[in-house]
Each structure stands twice: as C-alpha cells, then as structure tokens.
Write a protein that binds this ligand. Structure first.
Ligand SMILES: Nc1ncnc2c1ncn2[C@@H]1O[C@H](COP(=O)(O)OP(=O)(O)O)[C@@H](O)[C@H]1O
Ligand SMILES: [Mg+2]
Length: 258
C-alpha cells in the first residue's frame, strides 16, 4: 500500500520540484516503487524528465477522461504523471463539483497497491489542487530554501493543513520541514532556523538532513536527469540520499505493514 506524500509550500522557488524529483529518485534507488505526480501548471517536474506537451497528463485524470494507470509514463527507475500547461482550465472545470477536494484521493485509490511511494509536486499556492493533494496524503513535506525570508507564511501553511486534517483527512501528518540550499554560517539560514524553533508546533519538525546549495542540482533538470544520473558524487546526490534515509527511518513501513 503506497505512502502518499505531498510536497508543499504556498509559494514558488522553495525547492518543491527539485525535492520531488530527487527524493523520488533516491527512494527508487532503494528499490522502492515510486510514482511522481506533477500538480503544477508550470510543468517543471514533467519538463525535468523531458515530458513536453504530453498527450497523457493530470488534466485528463481530473476530467475522468483517463485513469492514472493510463496516464503514467514509466521511466527507467520511477514513473511519472505529467502536468499540462493549461492545467488551470481543468482545475476550473472541477471547481464546482461536489466533493471536489476528494478527487485526487479517489483517483489514487486503484493504484495504491502498485507503488510504495506516491509523491505529489504541488503548485505554489494553497488552492484546490494543493488541498486535493493534502486530502489524499499521509504526510506532507515543506521544503524551505534558506536564502530569504522563507519562514514567512509558515503559519499559513500550518493552519491550512490543520483545517484539512480536521475536516477532510484525519490521517494527515507533517513529515517535516526540509531546509534547501542551506548554509549553516549565513545569517539567513540562522534566521530561518530560529524562526522555526520559535514555533511550538514546528520546533521539532526540522529534518536533521538538509540540502546544500549545489550547482549540479540546479543544472540536472536541463539535461532531463535526476541528481543521481547527472552527478552521482555531488553534494546534492549525497544530501538527497541522506534525506531519503532519514525519511525511511522515521516513516518507512516495515515489510509487514507494507
Ligand atoms: N540544493 C540546491 N542547490 C542549488 N539550486 C537549487 C537547489 N535546490 C533547488 N535549486 C534551484 O532553486 C530553484 C527553485 O527550485 P524548485 O525546486 O524549482 O522550487 P519550486 O518547485 O518550489 O518552485 C530552481 O532553479 C532550482 O534548480
Ligand atoms: Mg515547482
């Protein structure tokens, strides 16, 4: 039975897509069956694997024109359901449907036994699609890059996720905050950490592993590759590998549970 993970933040440029791609690839390297979902109309995750204007995409699933199984691209090590540029048209089309927040939970149900991990790359907002991912998810991860005032808005994410938990998905849990482009010595990084530590709900929710700034991490999507394909010895590869280990240690299922 798959563990479903929503990678979420309310804004762009926080490392969501990079994390979905490389965390997913790190899990796949450990022989986990992984399905990645692109929920963002910017299609960065899809493009990072060379899926440009794909015929099969999330929009068709939302409209019930295709199933997840029919929409999956099976790559070497993991699978992916791409997004589409006019995803907002599809989002608009479902926006008045009764039970619209549950559409993702519903369409994932038939494939849950086919994967170990289903990871959703959220759009940079807390709109209907992000809420859909949270309603379907077991865990959410909040990547936070530490170059600017990244912690602003954290309360907003926590109150939105709490509402989803209370009203629609009692199973939802925060897995943790993942610090991205983290550099211990910089003032911004320290400021981000102290702000998180000052928050009662979140102070013990920062993952011990963090992702350092690494040019290879930035370059790899342009070559259609994960960090493990593009630069297997890089800092980025080491960091995402360590993060996947930490995640599995904290939240991985035992053979019996899976
Ligand atoms: N560890 C890293 N080192 C260097 N650049 C990074 C790192 N992580 C992400 N980036 C870059 O930061 C930018 C934003 O990351 P991205 O994952 O696209 O964020 P989001 O999906 O939240 O918008 C991208 O250009 C990406 O390549
Ligand atoms: Mg993105």
């Amino acid at each position: 039975m798959a563990t479903i993970i929503s990678v979420i933040n309310y804004k762009g440029g926080t490392g969501k897509t990079t994390t979905v791609l490389n965390f997913g690839a790190a899990l796949a390297k450990k022989n986990k069956k992984v399905l990645l979902f692109d929920f963002d109309c910017q299609c960065n995750l899809s493009l990072s694997k060379g899926l440009k204007k794909p015929e099969k995409h999330l929009g068709n699933i939302l409209m019930k024109k295709a199933t997840v199984e029919e929409s999956v691209f099976k790559l070497d090590t993991f699978s992916i359901v791409p997004s589409v540029e006019n995803l907002l048209d599809y989002e608009f089309a479902i926006s008045n449907e009764p039970g619209r927040e549950f559409i993702t939970k519903e369409f994932l149900e038939p494939v849950k036994d086919l994967y170990d991990y289903i990871i959703i790359d959220c759009p940079p907002s807390l709109g209907l699609l992000a809420i859909n991912s949270l309603v379907a998810a077991d865990y959410f991860i909040v990547p936070m890059q530490t170059e600017n005032f990244a912690f602003i808005g954290l309360d907003h994410i926590m109150s939105a996720t709490q509402k989803v938990k209370d009203r629609m998905n009692p199973n939802l849990q925060i897995a943790g905050i993942l610090l991205v482009k983290f550099a211990y010595r910089t003032k911004f990084s320290q400021a981000v950490i102290s702000n998180i530590l000052a928050n009662e709900q979140l102070k013990d929710k920062i993952f011990d592993s963090y992702i350092r700034q690494d040019i290879s991490v930035m370059e790899s999507p342009a070559f259609g590759q994960t960090i493990f394909e593009y630069a297997p010895k890089s800092r980025g590869a080491k960091d995402y590998h360590a993060f996947a280990n930490e995640f599995l240690k904290k939240y991985g299922k035992t053979k019996k549970e899976a």
